[in-house]
Ligand binder design. Sequence first.
Ligand code: NAD
Ligand code: ZN
Ligand code: ZN
Length: 379
Amino acid sequence: MKALVYNGPRDVSIENVPDAKIERPTDALVKIVVTNICGSDLHMYEGRTGMESGRVLGHENFGQVVEIGSAVDRVKVGDWVCLPFNIACGFCENCERGLTGFCLTTNPGSAGAAYGFDQMGPYAGGQAEYLRVPYADFNALVLPPDAEEKQLDYVMLSDIFPTGWHATELAGVRPGESVAIYGAGPVGLMAAYSAMIKGAAKVMVIDRHPDRLKLAQSIGAIPIDDSADDCVEQILNQTGGVGADRGCECVGYQCHDHHGHEVSNLTMNRLVDSVRPTGGLGVVGVFVPKDPKGPDELAKKGQMAFDFGKFWFKGQAMRTGQANVKAYNRQLANLIHAGRAKPSFVVSQTLALDEAPEAYKHFDDRDHGWTKVTLKPAA
Ligand SMILES: NC(=O)c1ccc[n+]([C@@H]2O[C@H](COP(=O)([O-])OP(=O)(O)OC[C@H]3O[C@@H](n4cnc5c(N)ncnc54)[C@H](O)[C@@H]3O)[C@@H](O)[C@H]2O)c1
Ligand SMILES: [Zn+2]
Ligand SMILES: [Zn+2]
């Protein structure tokens, strides 16, 4: 089958690889209809992880079940499914508590597995014609009859919509509150969208790319351009000088100033400054235990100069980590089905899988008009 293979830093190509197949009785085989490129893929694409060459990328997958293992009895051949990027067992201590991003079974010795991801198990990604889905009865979200028609909405349930939602959950967003969101990439936009759905009174999104800020504005958020003025000051001005009730970090360890220089503590310290005393911080941007190519000595060790004194003095709370997609994807699917949510507003390109290497380049350069790329292996 055809698949997108990671060869090394900024080098991906479409190759013929062995067909994905049922390996265990609990597996399903899914024909991929839509698969997205994610900001998380870019950390790997840029060579800023330990990703091994030869692996197939892609963890945001949607398609149709073509085969099931002998122990699968809920999911049927022909079902339209969206696959959470987390691969979870459903029966370990963490899965039992809904923490499927930290499954103890699927990536032994660690917590949490995913398709086509560094440090998250050996699983192949779905930027390919077919995908093997472990523990399919637990993992696959079977979609309603409008699945094919709303495929660009439902595919966002694999990651960015639940992840954006998770950011607002971790921060503790409640109706009527104000929220500051760092990053207007797909994840930040979904956090803003989630905050709007939850009834936030004021949502502010910080970035410097006009096309992304415009999308934030299109859903009713206030765009804050940090290349024009100090973004913290702009947020304080918007919140009577005290700061937002809640703050979300949706950028991650490769955050940079608007000239492109990486400053690893930039968003975290600005988040503390932007949120009021006793406010909540939700951090879904990825940070890593070590980053050998990081911009400074601390970053190389996965550390940063965090304004802990200020954070403590303000009595803020912070929660972090991978999204537990299954905790939210069914409810968010209901919102899509009912016409109450349309997360496909972030999609800028729908391309054939063959065009993925070019698409990676544009998305990685954050070229104007490349906000979210979806790929169609069958096109
Ligand atoms: N926790 C999870 O489960 C989860 C899931 C998906 C993605 N992620 C992570 O979320 C992060 C964002 O993903 P994405 O797909 O939106 O990526 P992206 O790279 O497309 O978007 C990041 C945005 O942040 C902006 N940015 C950079 N520095 C900034 C700064 N100092 N202030 C404000 N904005 C800044 C960039 O201009 C860009 O628009 C990545 O780290 C990704 O790995 C986490
Ligand atoms: Zn993703
Ligand atoms: Zn588990």
